[in-house]
Design a protein around this ligand. Structure first.
Ligand SMILES: C[C@@H](CNC(N)=O)C(=O)O
Ligand SMILES: [Zn+2]
Ligand SMILES: [Zn+2]
Ligand SMILES: [Zn+2]
Length: 520
C-alpha cells in the first residue's frame, strides 16, 4: 500500500511538476547591455523553453524564472565557429579533440555552435561519409552544429550526391582543396565543375587555397637539403603559394558566377587578393582564424621541436609578425567577413609522426575554446573594432552566410537561446594547463586576454558559469543549413538575370580558307 501511495499522482500534482519543470527552463538576464551586430541597448532578456521570448527594459516575467544579474556585462549571441575538425582522421592519426571535448571547450569559451567538415576520402561516397560523421557527432556534441562537406574527387556521381546533400541532408556548403596533392587536391577543371554544380544548387563554394603542386616540389627540395624540421613546412609554402591559389579560386568562381568562401585566410597578400576581388565586385568572403589573428609563424624557427611542430597547419602561420594585426584591421573594417578556428588538434606524440620529416607532421592547431577571447583582446580591447563588429565576426555573419539567421546569431524574440553574458573587463591567461580542450598544447599559451564569458547559455540552459561546465553529452542538435542564402546569392541571381550570354547574329563568312592539308 505505501508504494501505491506514490504511484497515484493526482492531476494537480502533475501540473505542479510540469510547472516546476517548465520553471527550470525560465531564465531572466537582468540589467545587461544587449549587443547585436547592428546595435547595443540596455535591456533584459527573458528565455523560456530554449527560445528568447522577450527583450526589453525592466521586464516583468512569469514566476519561477532563474535571474542572472548582468549589470555592467554584455549580453551577446553565442559564438558560431564556422570551421572545425573534431576527431578528424588525418595524416595517419585522429584529431584528439572530438565532438564531446571540442564542443564542451567551445561552450567554456563562449561559442555555442560549430560548423564542422565531412571529408570523404578520394573515391568515397559523400553521402556515406556524411552518415559516418553524423553518427560520430550526434552522440557526443554538447552544442548545436552544422556540416560543410568536402569534395575531394570529381565525377558526375559526386555532383549528384551534392544535389542530394543540399536537397535532403541540410548541407549548403562544399569545400574544395587546392592543396594536399594526391589526397584531397582537385584540378582546376574539377574545381570548375564543382563550383558550377554549387551554383546550380544554391550552395556556397569553399576553398582551401594553396598550390599543392608547388608545395610538393618545394618540400622534396627542402628534404633533400636536410631541412626536415617544422621550418620546412613554412618554407615549402610561403605566402605567395597561398595567394596564387586564392586568385585562381576567385577567378574560377567568378567565371561560373558562384559565391566563394575562402577558409583560413593566413597571410596579408591573400587577404589583399580577397579585398581586390571584392572591390572588383566578386562575391567572395574571407575567413581569417583565431590562429592567424592571434599569433604568427616565427614559432616554426623555435629551437624546441615540439613548440615549432605544434603550430604546423595548412596554410601555415606566417613569419611576418605584422600579419595578425593586418588581418585584424581588415576584419574590423569589413574587408574580411567572419572568423573560425580550423580547430584540428594533435598531441605531441601525434605531431611526432613527423619528427624526421615535416611533411608527416599532422596539420592542425587549437582555437575553439579561445577564439572569442583572442578576438576580443586583439580586436575590441585594442580599439580596432566595437562590440557590434565583434558580434558580427564571431557569430552573426556566419549565421547569415549559412542561412540560419536570425534563428542563430542574434539576440531577438524567437531566436534560439544561445546567449553569452560577457565580461569585457575580466581577464584570463590562456594555458594548456587550464584549458578544457583535450590537446596537450595551446598556441596562445600565456596570452592574457580581456573578455571572458561569465555565463554561457545554450539551447536555453546554463551550461557554463563562473568556471563550471554543466553540459550534456549528445544534447546538441544538427542544424540544417538551407541553400540560396541571401547574403551570398542575391547578387549572383541578379547577375544571371542581367548578364545573359547571347550570340551575335551575323552573315556566314564566305571568303577563302587556307588549305592546311588536314582532313578536319
Ligand atoms: C585538414 C584541415 C585541417 N588542417 C589544417 N588546416 O592544417 C584543413 O586543411 O583545413
Ligand atoms: Zn583547409
Ligand atoms: Zn618546448
Ligand atoms: Zn580546416
Amino acid at each position: 500500500p505505501t508504494i501505491w501511495k506514490y504511484y497515484t499522482l493526482t492531476s494537480d500534482s502533475l501540473s505542479e511538476l510540469n510547472h516546476l519543470w517548465a520553471q527550470k527552463d525560465r531564465i531572466l538576464i537582468k540589467g545587461g547591455i544587449v549587443v547585436n551586430d547592428d546595435d547595443m541597448i540596455e535591456a533584459d532578456v527573458f528565455i523560456e523553453s530554449g527560445l528568447i521570448k522577450e527583450v526589453g527594459k525592466n521586464l516583468v516575467v512569469p514566476g519561477g524564472a532563474r535571474v542572472i544579474d548582468a549589470q555592467k556585462k554584455l549580453v551577446m549571441p553565442g559564438g558560431i565557429d564556422s570551421h572545425t575538425h573534431m576527431q578528424l582522421p588525418f595524416m595517419g592519426t585522429v584529431a584528439i579533440d572530438d565532438f564531446y571535448s571540442g564542443t564542451r571547450a567551445a561552450l567554456a569559451g563562449g561559442t555555442t555552435m560549430i560548423i564542422d567538415f565531412v571529408i570523404p576520402k578520394k573515391g568515397e561516397s559523400l553521402l556515406e561519409a556524411y552518415e559516418t560523421w553524423r553518427n560520430w557527432a550526434d552522440e557526443k556534441v554538447c552544442c548545436d552544429y552544422a556540416f560543410h562537406v568536402a569534395v575531394t574527387w570529381w565525377n558526375d556521381e559526386v555532383g549528384d550526391e551534392m544535389e542530394t546533400l543540399v536537397r535532403d541532408k541540410g548541407i549548403n556548403s562544399f569545400k574544395t582543396f587546392m592543396a594536399y596533392k594526391d589526397v584531397m587536391m582537385l584540378s582546376d577543371e574539377e574545381i570548375y565543375h564543382c563550383y558550377s554544380k554549387c551554383k546550380d544548387i544554391g550552395a556556397i563554394a569553399q576553398v582551401h587555397a594553396e598550390n599543392g603542386s608547388l608545395i610538393a616540389e618545394n618540400a622534396k627540395k627542402l628534404i633533400a637539403l636536410g631541412i626536415t624540421g617544422p621550418e620546412g613546412h613554412e618554407l615549402c609554402r610561403t605566402e605567395e603559394v597561398e595567394t596564387e591559389a586564392c586568385v585562381r579560386a576567385i577567378t574560377i568562381a567568378n567565371q561560373v558566377n558562384c559565391p566563394l568562401y575562402i577558409v583560413h585566410v593566413m597571410s596579408k597578400s591573400s587577404a589583399q587578393a580577397i579585398c581586390d576581388a571584392r572591390r572588383r565586385g566578386c562575391v567572395v568572403v574571407g575567413e581569417p582564424i583565431a590562429a592567424s589573428l592571434g599569433t604568427d609563424g616565427t614559432t616554426y624557427w623555435n629551437k624546441c621541436w615540439r613548440h615549432a611542430a605544434a603550430h604546423v597547419m595548412g596554410p601555415p602561420l606566417r613569419p611576418d609578425p605584422t600579419t595578425p594585426g593586418y588581418l585584424m584591421d581588415l576584419l574590423a573594417n569589413g574587408d574580411l567577413q567572419l572568423t573560425g578556428t580550423d580547430n584540428c588538434t594533435f598531441n605531441a606524440d601525434q605531431k611526432a609522426l613527423g619528427k624526421n620529416d615535416f611533411r608527416k607532421i599532422p596539420n592542425g592547431v587549437n582555437g575553439v575554446e579561445d577564439r572569442m577571447s583572442v578576438i576580443w583582446e586583439k580586436g575590441v580591447a585594442s580599439g580596432k573594432m566595437d562590440p557590434c563588429r565583434f558580434v558580427a565576426v564571431t557569430s552573426t555573419t556566419a549565421a547569415k552566410i549559412f542561412n540560419i539567421y536570425p534563428r542563430k546569431g542574434r539576440i531577438a524574440v524567437g531566436s534560439d537561446a544561445d546567449v553569452i553574458v560577457w565580461d569585457p573587463e575580466a581577464t584570463r591567461v590562456i594555458s594548456a594547463k587550464t584549458h578544457h580542450q583535450a590537446v596537450d598544447f595551446n598556441i596562445f599559451e600565456g596570452m592574457e586576454c580581456h573578455g571572458v564569458t561569465e555565463v554561457t547559455i545554450c539551447q536555453g540552459k546554463v551550461v557554463y558559469e563562473r568556471g563550471e561546465l554543466n553540459v550534456v553529452r549528445g544534447s546538441g542538435r544538427f542544424i540544417p543549413t538551407p541553400p540560396y542564402a541571401s547574403y551570398m546569392y542575391d547578387q549572383i541571381i541578379k547577375r544571371d538575370e542581367t548578364r545573359k550570354l547571347v550570340k551575335v547574329e551575323r552573315e556566314p563568312y564566305n571568303g577563302p580558307v587556307v588549305n592546311t592539308g588536314s582532313s578536319e
